[in-house]
Design a protein around this ligand. Structure first.
Ligand code: NAD
Length: 278
């Protein structure tokens, strides 16, 4: 069910599937995408200060709540502090700026977007502060490798609720998934569809044909069966609907292992250890 949730390590419930809006243009494009997603049952939206579309996201969320007779508590809104904003005071400001642009009274989840060397622990202290003040229901990280998490956890007062990382059949992140599961950190998949590059893969096409599903749906189903939260991006209504229609079939254990076997440790995005975006 599209509104099914996972309980995070602080008790907060997060939908298993949400809409990602990276590269959705500020203005009509992002507004229409978010409104359409919520109208079709999505309850989670993933944005970031870096996406430069928080105003549109906020506007769309507010009107979708009204149009669909929903309460604010029924949607889960994530944003992230950008790399150039990291540090203690600058992160506090970044959080307030995001909240203001979104026009919301609180966020559901705020993430450290990348582990910027020498900065992410100070950034985390700022997240702990806004969390303690009740301005955000949960705090987490993104693009953290095991060694970043080890380092953070050695000093953190609050354990991150999620680690949002690049995750798809070419990058299955087995060690990181196991590590996060052990620590009670929910893994969340970004670029679950490999930014569209995986959709013609023959193995995946064969599995999809068996269920009368698309490759996108098979990959998203694989995420869910692995216990990974997923946030596919689309601004097209038909694809927004398609990506959410993954709750009426189940992959076999063998198919899960076949998809796991496609791993090539291949990233389409940046490597958190070598080329963090500026
Ligand atoms: P994605 O894997 O979700 O792929 C999105 C692209 O795939 C779309 O632009 C579209 O071209 C295509 N697509 C989507 N649904 C389709 C369908 N049903 N059929 C055919 N094509 C389809 O890639 P993404 O946008 O990079 O990742 C998803 C979300 O993850 C982002 O929007 C963002 O919210 C988040 N993200 C986070 C980070 C991070 O550093 N934390 C980085 C990248 C993305």
């Amino acid at each position: 069910h599209l509104q099914d949730t996972v309980t995070l390590n602080n008790g907060v419930q997060m939908p298993w599937l949400g809409l990602g809006v990276f590269k959705a243009k500020e203005g009509d494009e992002v507004v229409q995408a978010v409104k359409s997603a919520i109208r079709h049952g999505y309850r989670s939206i993933d944005t970031a200060s870096a996406y430069r579309n928080e105003e549109g996201v906020g506007q769309a969320v507010r009107s979708a709540l009204e149009e669909n007779n929903l309460q604010r508590e029924e949607v889960f809104i994530t944003s992230k502090v950008w790399n150039s904003e990291q540090g203690y005071e600058t992160t506090l400001k970044s959080f307030d700026d995001s909240l203001k642009r979104l026009g919301l009274e609180y966020l559901d989840l705020f993430l450290v977007h990348w582990p910027v060397k020498g900065k992410y622990k100070e950034t985390w202290r700022a997240l702990e502060k806004v969390y303690a003040e009740g301005k955000v229901r949960a705090i987490g990280v993104s693009n953290f490798q095991i060694h970043h998490l080890e380092d953070l956890l050695s000093e953190a007062k609050v354990v991150p609720v999620v680690n949002q990382v690049e995750f798809h059949p070419y990058l299955t992140q087995k060690d990181l998934l196991r590590y996060c599961t052990d620590k009670g950190i929910q893994l969340e998949a970004w670029s679950p569809l490999g930014q569209g590059h995986l959709l013609e893969h023959e193995t995946l096409l064969n599995i999809a044909a068996k269920y009368g599903k698309t490759v996108a749906q098979v990959i998203l189903r694989w995420d869910l069966q692995l216990g990974v939260v997923t946030i596919p991006k689309s601004v097209r209504e038909a694809r927004i609907l398609e990506n959410a229609d993954v709750f009426d079939f189940e992959l076999s254990t063998e198919e899960i292992l076949t998809i796991d076997g496609l791993n090539r440790n291949q990233r389409f995005g940046s490597d958190p250890d070598t080329n963090i975006p500026k």
